[in-house]
Design a protein around this ligand. Structure first.
Ligand code: TYD
Length: 206
């Protein structure tokens, strides 16, 4: 495929949105056409599914939760991401399948490799060219969120221990996929993180 697919991963409040914005501006200055998108959400159906999976009151069975994320992903990739990549554009995406492996797999009770397989089936095997992992210790992430004073979604409301498992899972994914995943210290200053992101993404553009 002609375009470039870059995903951003990390705990809640790890700075993904800020960094995606800065990278999008830089890419546009380089004359690239950029699509900024996210999961869950990123399509009309996706926004309906996002509302269910993040804000529905009451229990959602772990496998049902994993399948809702996978359904969102399947539709989003089919409708938004693949067409953009086929047009040769750069897609910057807030969260992708590593989120499912980390949150539904390690964070919950499901087998991470099964969760990954479900996602790959949903997307017909589409993998990112580059994944930026903004690494922030779970306690710092939770403290950042608390200072934002907004309502927690279903996953954010989980205990510290859950977020620690999510972080460990992300780091394990990075270790297993060194060519795809770059780990950047998300506690560093915004412009320092941005420089590290640029270094990796400009390599991929060459
Ligand atoms: P989002 O609203 O994008 O928040 P943030 O700014 O923290 O990234 O994230 C939505 C939540 O959905 C987040 O807590 C992680 C969770 N999530 C999963 O559990 N599995 C997934 O596959 C995805 C894409 C997100």
């Amino acid at each position: 495929m002609a375009g470039l697919f870059v995903t951003f991963e990390g705990g809640d409040a790890s700075g993904k949105t800020t960094q995606i914005g800065l990278l999008a501006d830089w890419l546009k200055e380089q004359g690239k056409t950029v699509v900024v998108t996210r999961e869950p959400g990123g399509s009309d159906l996706g926004n309906e599914l996002r509302d269910i999976v993040l804000h529905r009151r009451g229990f959602i069975a772990p496998r049902a939760e994993a399948l809702i994320y996978a359904a969102d992903r399947a539709h989003h990739i089919h409708e938004v991401v693949r067409p953009a990549l086929e047009r040769g554009e750069v897609v910057l995406q807030d969260r992708y399948l590593d989120s499912s492996v980390a949150y539904q797999g390690a964070g919950r009770v499901l087998d991470p490799s099964e969760v990954r397989e479900v996602s790959l089936w949903a997307t017909e095997g589409l993998m990112p060219d580059v994944t930026v992992l903004l690494d922030v210790p779970a306690d710092i992430g939770l403290a950042r969120q608390a200072s934002e004073e907004r309502a927690y979604d279903r996953l954010e409301a989980e205990a510290l221990e859950f977020h620690e498992r999510v972080r460990d899972s992300y780091l394990a994914i990075a270790q297993e996929n060194p060519d795809r995943v770059v780990v950047i210290d998300g506690t560093a200053a915004i412009d320092e993180v941005h420089r590290a992101v640029l270094e990796r993404v400009s390599q991929a553009l060459d």
